[in-house]
Design a protein around this ligand. Structure first.
Ligand code: URA
Length: 205
C-alpha cells in the first residue's frame, strides 16, 4: 500500500487552523476546503489524459483532455467537508455516498447508507479522520463491490493503527493524508488530532 503524507507549507498552515480548538465552524469549513484543494491536486496526479490538439488565438498546439472516469465518494458525514474541492477540480465526476457510523463503545463501523454510481472504475474515497481504519476499510469494501479497481483514499489526519489496518485489509490502495499522528485515545479519537471532524465542520459540538 502506498501512503503519501502531503508536504506543503499551505497544508501545514491549514492543518494547524483545523487543529486549533478555538477555530469556529465557518473558519473550520474554509480551512477544510483549502486543505482539500491541496489534497485533491495530489490525489489526481495518477489520472490519465489523452493527447490531442488545441488551437490558441496564435495557432495550433498539443492539448490534453482527462480520460479517467472518476467517482468521488465521501464517507458520511465528515467526508462531505472535502467534497467541494474535489468537485471543483473534477466537475464531471460522479458522486457516491457511504454512510458508516462508528459505535463509540466498540469502535466498530455500522453501515446506514450506501449509494454508489455504476459502473465505477476509479474511486477517490474521502474519510478525513483515519482512526482505527474500520470505517474506511468498510467503505473501500463497498466501492470494490461496485467495481472500483483504482482507489485513492484521502484523509486529513491518520493514526498509525488505521494505516496498519488498511495495509492489512486493502494493500492495493493508495492513501494520501496531511499528517500521521501519535495514536488513538481510549475512545478511539486521534491524538493530538483535531477532535470530532463532523462536529467541528457542522457545529454540532
Ligand atoms: N473521527 C473524528 O472525527 N475524529 C477522530 O479523532 C477520530 C475519528
Amino acid at each position: 500500500m502506498n501512503v503519501t503524507v502531503l508536504e506543503h507549507p499551505l497544508a501545514s498552515h491549514y492543518l494547524t487552523v483545523l487543529r486549533d480548538e478555538t477555530t469556529a465552524p465557518a473558519d473550520f469549513r474554509r480551512a477544510t476546503t483549502s486543505l482539500g484543494g491541496l489534497l485533491a491536486v495530489e490525489a489526481t496526479s495518477g489520472l490519465t489524459v489523452a493527447m490531442g490538439s488545441v488551437t490558441t488565438p496564435m495557432g495550433a498546439t498539443t492539448g490534453y483532455s482527462l480520460e479517467s472516469r472518476v467517482a468521488v465518494v465521501p464517507v458520511l458525514r465528515a467526508g462531505l467537508g472535502l467534497l467541494q474541492p474535489f468537485l471543483d477540480l473534477l466537475p464531471s465526476s460522479a458522486v457516491g455516498f457511504v454512510g458508516v457510523a462508528r459505535n463509540h463503545e466498540s469502535a466498530l463501523p455500522e453501515q446506514y447508507y450506501v449509494n454508489l454510481p455504476d459502473p465505477l472504475a476509479t474511486a477517490i474515497v474521502l474519510e478525513p479522520m483515519l482512526a482505527t481504519g474500520g470505517s474506511l476499510a468498510w467503505a473501500v469494501d463497498a466501492v470494490k463491490r461496485a467495481g472500483a479497481v483504482q482507489i485513492v483514499c484521502i484523509s486529513v489526519v491518520a493514526a498509525p493503527q488505521g494505516i496498519a489496518h488498511m495495509k492489512e485489509r486493502h494493500p492495493d490502495i493508495r492513501i494520501i493524508t496531511a499528517a500521521i499522528d501519535e495514536g488513538l485515545n481510549d475512545t478511539f479519537y486521534i491524538v493530538p488530532g483535531l477532535g470530532d471532524m463532523g462536529d467541528r465542520l457542522f457545529g454540532t459540538i
